[in-house]
Design a protein around this ligand. Structure first.
Ligand code: P6P
Length: 315
């Protein structure tokens, strides 16, 4: 089986970019071991303070950020680190060609119940500054810490999946992931229905109507509450993920963060043939206004995303 290092040799001639991906993979491999034994070490509890998002930080949020920072600090190609867990951007290697934006441990509220969590990362040319459109990404990926530890990565071409072996090697298990154009599965937190806008309400109502509704087919609903888990399912078998702007999140611009959640996931989903939108604009087109900016996130199977966009177009 092809290793991640072998794949990088054929996927890019940019040794600096390849080294950034390898550093994130090494950090994730280390984190995989930490997470596997976290309950034994009693590390799934809260760290006792909050991050810039005002969210209670779990001990492992802080530990995960430290592990990523350690692996990137040693890499001369990384000029800047932006992290969900750090209020400000951290300047690393002077003259480094790339900037990394990361959510070191996404979905950490699931740690206490042993549900899949992940590390999400976006790689951008440092020359473009901190606030670049997602379209400018040089690479993006995530690692899902689930039954298997899977690294999903895209540079400019196809989306590949690597699985961490017991020997600590990343072995290619999917060559080119494809999001099926059609799907009968949607992912949304339906407990927020009372906050939804008309477009979200209309799309979900049409979907729940099933065979007798406008979509003319049966839908199923899945919501893990861990973005990496929900997006991995969509990348592997199709579906649509919705965290739309709603009356409760509108004041903050949305729930999920643009630089290290929405952009990397949009890069991956679009690289696998899916679509991504806020409802009205493609996620990768957004010009960021801040490193922790939040945005609405709708992405997945093209047919379903277009159905949602149709609802937004009705106004
Ligand atoms: P809710 C996890 O906290 C996260 O940032 C994403 O991983 C996940 O998709 C979302 O929030 C879940 O949000 O409102 O359903 O708890």
């Amino acid at each position: 089986m092809t290793t991640l290092a072998q794949w990088l040799e054929t996927e890019t001639d940019d040794a600096a970019l390849a080294s950034v991906v390898l550093s994130m993979a090494a950090a994730s491999a280390e984190l995989s071991g930490v997470l596997r034994e976290a309950p034994i070490a009693g590390q799934t509890g809260l760290a006792g303070h909050t991050n810039v998002q005002g969210e209670a930080q779990k001990a492992l949020d802080v530990i995960s950020n430290d592990v990523v920072l350690k692996h990137l600090t040693g890499n001369a190609a990384v000029a800047v680190l932006i992290s969900e867990e750090l209020d400000e951007a951290v300047h690393l290697a002077e003259g480094g060609a790339y900037l990394v934006a990361t959510d070191p441990l996404d979905g950490s509220s699931n740690l206490d119940v042993n549900v899949t969590v992940g590390t999400i990362f976006s790689v951008l040319p440092s020359a473009g500054g901190l606030l670049q459109q997602g379209r400018a990404q040089a690479a993006a990926g995530y690692v899902a810490y689930g039954p298997a530890t899977s690294l999903v990565i895209r540079i400019k071409g196809d989306v590949s999946v690597f699985t961490l072996s017991a020997a600590g090697e990343w072995l290619q298990t999917v060559v080119a992931a494809k999001v099926p154009e059609a799907s009968g599965e949607f992912a949304i937190n339906t407990a927020r229905e009372r906050f939804w806008d008309a477009a979200t309400t209309g799309y979900v109502k049409d979907s729940v109507a099933g065979e007798t509704g406008p979509a003319g087919k049966r839908y199923n609903m899945r919501w893990v509450g861990s973005m990496v888990a929900d997006i991995h399912r969509i990348l592997m078998r199709g579906g649509i993920f919705l965290y739309p702007l709603d009356s409760e999140t509108v004041s903050k611009g949305g729930r999920l963060r643009l630089l290290y959640e929405a952009n990397p996931m949009a890069w991956l989903v679009e690289g696998a043939g899916g679509l991504s939108t806020t409802g009205t604009i493609g996620i990768l087109e957004i010009v960021p206004t801040g490193i922790h900016q939040r945005v609405p996130v709708i992405l997945g199977s093209a047919e379903e995303v277009k159905r949602v966009e149709g609802w937004y177009a009705k106004g």
